[in-house]
Design a protein around this ligand. Structure first.
Ligand code: IVH
Length: 674
C-alpha cells in the first residue's frame, strides 16, 4: 500500500474532524462550505480508490447504508438511573438535608447544576478512543443498540481528541441527551404537515422516534444533536463531576455551557431561577435543571435507592399557565383539504407573548377535553412556544356555553365535507377549493421546495384572489403579466422584478425539490429525494408500478398508492407538462466531473436478482460514474453487487475477499453521490 496515500487520507481525516468539531460542537467554524466540501470529496475519492483504507471512524463513514432489521437488546454495564423530581424550593432544601445526613458530619458539599434537556438519553461506549456502541436507556437495565443511527449525529465524535496529560481512553462510557432543536423541529413538522404526514407532538418525541428509524440516512437528515453530561471510566483519574465535564469537552464532546458549580443552596436556587427565566430564549427544550453532588467519592457514599441516585435530583420548572375565554372555534383548510380546528381566544399574555389562537388538532381532542364555546380554559406554554389548550377551568361554567360541532360544508368553498373511514379529520374534496389551491401554491414556493424568495403567503393569497394563480404552473407565467402586476396597489416595479427574478432562479432547483414541490400527499422532502435518486426522472416514476415504488428503502404502501393516485389525475399531468415547458428539472442532472471520476477504474460484477432495478439500469449507473461492469469475479474486481439468490459469483467474491454490497448498499453508494 502506498504510504503517501495513507498519510494523505489520515491528514484529510484529521482536518475534517477538526472542522466538524468547530462547526458542530463549538459553533464556530473557520472554513467556508465550499472549501470544506472540496476536502470531503477529496477524502471520499481517495477512499473509493483505496477501499482497503476505509475505517469506521472516518468522517465519510457516518451514514451507513444498511437498514436496521431489528434493534438488538444490550445490557448496560451500569444501570442507567432516573432522577427523583422536586418542584419547589422546599423540596430542594429537603434534598440537600438528606444528602448531608448521609455524609460524614461537617463535610463540605458542592453541587453542579445543569440544564435538564428534554430529549432521549443515550449511552455511548468508546474503546481505544473510537465509538463502538450507542444504546438507548430502555428500562435502565438494558436498552436497544442504535449505533448506526447515533453515528450520523455530527456532534457525536466518532474518534476522541487527544487530551493533554495522557487521559486513559482504553474504555469509557459517556451518557447524554439526544435532542432536536426547536428550529429543526418546527421545520420538520412544517414539511411533514405540508406533505400530509403525521406531525410529531414535541421535540422529545421526534428525537426518540428518529433514533428508532430503520434507515440511518433518514436519521442523518433530521438534524439531531447531543449534550453529554456523564462520564464513566475505570481509569481512577476522576474526582469531581465538574472536572469530568471539562474532560468531556476536551475529548471533543458537546457539553452544555449553562452549568454552574455552586457552593451553597442559595447559589443553587438562584441559578435554577435564572435558568427558568432563560428557558424561553433557548433554542432547545428543557424541562428543568439537574442538581448533582460534585464530589465523586461523596456520590459513591450516597449511592442510590429505588432506581434513582441519592446524589442527584431534578428540579422541574412549572409550566407557564394562564386562563382565558374560548371565544369560538374556526376551521382551517390545509393543502390536502384536511380541516383543523383552531381555538380563537380572548388575548392573554403568557410567557413573553400575547396569545389569541391555539390549535386543537382534531375533533376527538375537543370531545376528550369537553370544550364548549364560551368556556374559561387553561392555556399552557411549555418550553416550546406553541401554546396548548389543556382543559376547562373547573367550576367556571355559567350555563350559556355552547357545543362545538363539526362543520358540514367547507368554510372556504362551501362544498360538502367528507370523513374517510379510518381518519379522524374531515376533508374538503373539491379540487379547486381556494384554500387547497393557495395551500399548494404556498407549499410549492416554500423554502424546502422551490424556495422562491419573496413569493410568500400574503402575496400568493393576493395573486390567487386576483386570478393570476390557479396552479403552480401559473407561477412561471407571471412574467407575461409583469405590466399588470406593477399596477397592483403597493407593488413597485422593483419588487415585481425581484420576484420574477427569484421565479427564474427557482428553475434551477434539482429534480427532488421539484418532486417535493408538486405536493404529492405523503411525499415529504426525504421521500422525494429517495424517489428522485432511485427513478432519476419523472417519466420513469410515472410508469413505475406500486411494487417498484415500494422497493425503494423507506417508501411504503401509503406513499406508493398516493403517487399512483396523483399521476392518474389528468389535471396533475397538465400541470407537470406546463412546468416542463417552463424548463423545470424533471430528471436528475448529469454528474459533474468530480463525481464522474468516483468509480473511475473500478470494476463491478452484478449477480443475483435486484428487486428495485434491472441489471441494465444498474450497469448504466455504474458506467455513468466511470466504472466498468464485468461478468466474472477475480481478485481485481472491486465490488460485487449481490441481489436475491446470488450464487457462485457471490461465493467466489467471499473466497477472494472482494467487497460485496447488497442492493441497498449499492443504492446508497449511488444515492449519496447523486
Ligand atoms: S443525569 C444518574 N443530567 O433526565 C444520573 N440527566 O429523569 C441520571 N436528563 O434519564 C441522569 N438532562 O435522560 C442527567 N443534565 C442532565 C440531564 C439528564 C436530561 C434526562 C436523562 C435522564 C432523565 C432523568
Amino acid at each position: 500500500m502506498n504510504n503517501n496515500i495513507k498519510n494523505e487520507i489520515d491528514n484529510l481525516r484529521e482536518l475534517i474532524r477538526r472542522y466538524d468539531h468547530e462547526y458542530y460542537v463549538l459553533n464556530n467554524s473557520t472554513i467556508n462550505d465550499f472549501d470544506y466540501d472540496l476536502l470531503f470529496k477529496k477524502l471520499e475519492q481517495l477512499e473509493k480508490e483505496n477501499p482497503g483504507l476505509i475505517s469506521p471512524d472516518s468522517p465519510t463513514q457516518r451514514i451507513g447504508s444498511d437498514l436496521t432489521k431489528k434493534f438488538n437488546s444490550v445490557k448496560h454495564e451500569f444501570p442507567m438511573l432516573s432522577l427523583a423530581n422536586t418542584y419547589n424550593e422546599g423540596e430542594l432544601f429537603e434534598f440537600d438535608r438528606r444528602v448531608r445526613e448521609n455524609l460524614p458530619a461537617g463535610e463540605i458539599v458542592n453541587y453542579v447544576v445543569e440544564l435538564k434537556i428534554d430529549g432521549a438519553s443515550v449511552s455511548l461506549t468508546y474503546s481505544g478512543g473510537k465509538l463502538v456502541k450507542a444504546a438507548t436507556r430502555g428500562d435502565g437495565e438494558s436498552g436497544e443498540e442504535i449505533t448506526a443511527n447515533v453515528r450520523t449525529i455530527r456532534s457525536v465524535p466518532l474518534k476522541l481528541r487527544e487530551v493533554e496529560g495522557g487521559y486513559d481512553l482504553s474504555r469509557i462510557e459517556v451518557r447524554g441527551e439526544i435532542f432536536m432543536d426547536l428550529e429543526s423541529f418546527r421545520k420538520m413538522n412544517e414539511e411533514r404537515a405540508a406533505s400530509g404526514e403525521k406531525t410529531f407532538a414535541n421535540p422529545r418525541n421526534s428525537a426518540a422516534g428518529t433514533l428508532k428509524l430503520q434507515d440511518p440516512r433518514i436519521v442523518a437528515s433530521r438534524n439531531l444533536d447531543i449534550f453529554v453530561y456523564y462520564l464513566l471510566s475505570n481509569s481512577g483519574q476522576l474526582q469531581k463531576h465538574s472536572e469530568n465535564l471539562e474532560i468531556l469537552e476536551k475529548l471533543g464532546f458537546k457539553v452544555n455551557p449553562l452549568h454552574k458549580l455552586c457552593t451553597s443552596m442559595d447559589e443553587v436556587i438562584k441559578f435554577c431561577a435564572e435558568m427558568d427565566e432563560l428557558r424561553e430564549k433557548l433554542p432547545y427544550e428543557i424541562d428543568g435543571t439537574v442538581i448533582k453532588v460534585d464530589s465523586l467519592s461523596q456520590q459513591k457514599t450516597l449511592g442510590s435507592i429505588a432506581r434513582s441516585p441519592r446524589w442527584a435530583v431534578a428540579y422541574k420548572f412549572k409550566a407557564k399557565v394562564a386562563q382565558t375565554k374560548l371565544l369560538k372555534v374556526t376551521w382551517q383548510v390545509g393543502r390536502t383539504g384536511a380541516l383543523t380546528p383552531v381555538a380563537e381566544l380572548e388575548p392573554v399574555f403568557l410567557g413573553g407573548s400575547t396569545i389569541s389562537r391555539a390549535t386543537l388538532h382534531n375533533m376527538d381532542e375537543i370531545r376528550r377535553k369537553d370544550l364548549k364555546t364560551g368556556d374559561t380554559v387553561f392555556i399552557e406554554k411549555g418550553g416550546d412556544v406553541i401554546p396548548k389548550v389543556t382543559g376547562v377551568v373547573p367550576d367556571t361554567r355559567m350555563g350559556n356555553e355552547s357545543e362545538i360541532s363539526e362543520p358540514e360544508n367547507c368554510p372556504v368553498c362551501d362544498s360538502r365535507l367528507n370523513k374517510p373511514e379510518d381518519e379522524v379529520a374531515l376533508y374538503c374534496e373539491n379540487p379547486v377549493c381556494g384554500a387547497k389551491i393557495k395551500g399548494s401554491l404556498i407549499h410549492f414556493a416554500s423554502r424546502g421546495a422551490m424556495d422562491i424568495e419573496g413569493l410568500g403567503e400574503s402575496l400568493i393569497n393576493m395573486f390567487a384572489d386576483l386570478g393570476y394563480l390557479r396552479t403552480s404552473a401559473d407561477i412561471y407565467k407571471l412574467r407575461d403579466k409583469a405590466e399588470e402586476l406593477i399596477d397592483i396597489e403597493r407593488m413597485g416595479e422593483k419588487s415585481i422584478a425581484n420576484i420574477l427574478n427569484a421565479i427564474e432562479i427557482s428553475k434551477e432547483k434539482p429534480f427532488d425539490k421539484v418532486l417535493f414541490a408538486l405536493g404529492i400527499r405523503y411525499v415529504g422532502a426525504g421521500a422525494a429525494k429517495k424517489l428522485a435518486n432511485h427513478f432519476r426522472s419523472i417519466d420513469i416514476l410515472m410508469n413505475a408500478s406500486e411494487e417498484e415504488i415500494e422497493a425503494v428503502p423507506e417508501i411504503g404502501p401509503s406513499i406508493s398508492r398516493s403517487i399512483k393516485e396523483f399521476f392518474s389525475n389528468p389535471l396533475n399531468i397538465e400541470i407537470i407538462d406546463s412546468l416542463r415547458n417552463s424548463a423545470l428539472n424533471f430528471k436528475l442532472g448529469e454528474p459533474d466531473q468530480m463525481e464522474k471520476k468516483l468509480f473511475d477504474g473500478l470494476t463491478f460484477v452484478l449477480t443475483g436478482t435486484l428487486s428495485g432495478m434491472t441489471r441494465e439500469k444498474a450497469r448504466d449507473e455504474i458506467e455513468r460514474f466511470g466504472g466498468t461492469v464485468v461478468s466474472s469475479v477475480s481478485k481485481k474486481t472491486n465490488y460485487v453487487i449481490a441481489g436475491e439468490s446470488a450464487g457462485s459469483k457471490l461465493d467466489k467474491a467471499l473466497q477472494l475477499g472482494v467487497e460485496v454490497l447488497n442492493e441497498n448498499q449499492f443504492l446508497a453508494l449511488l444515492g449519496e453521490k447523486l
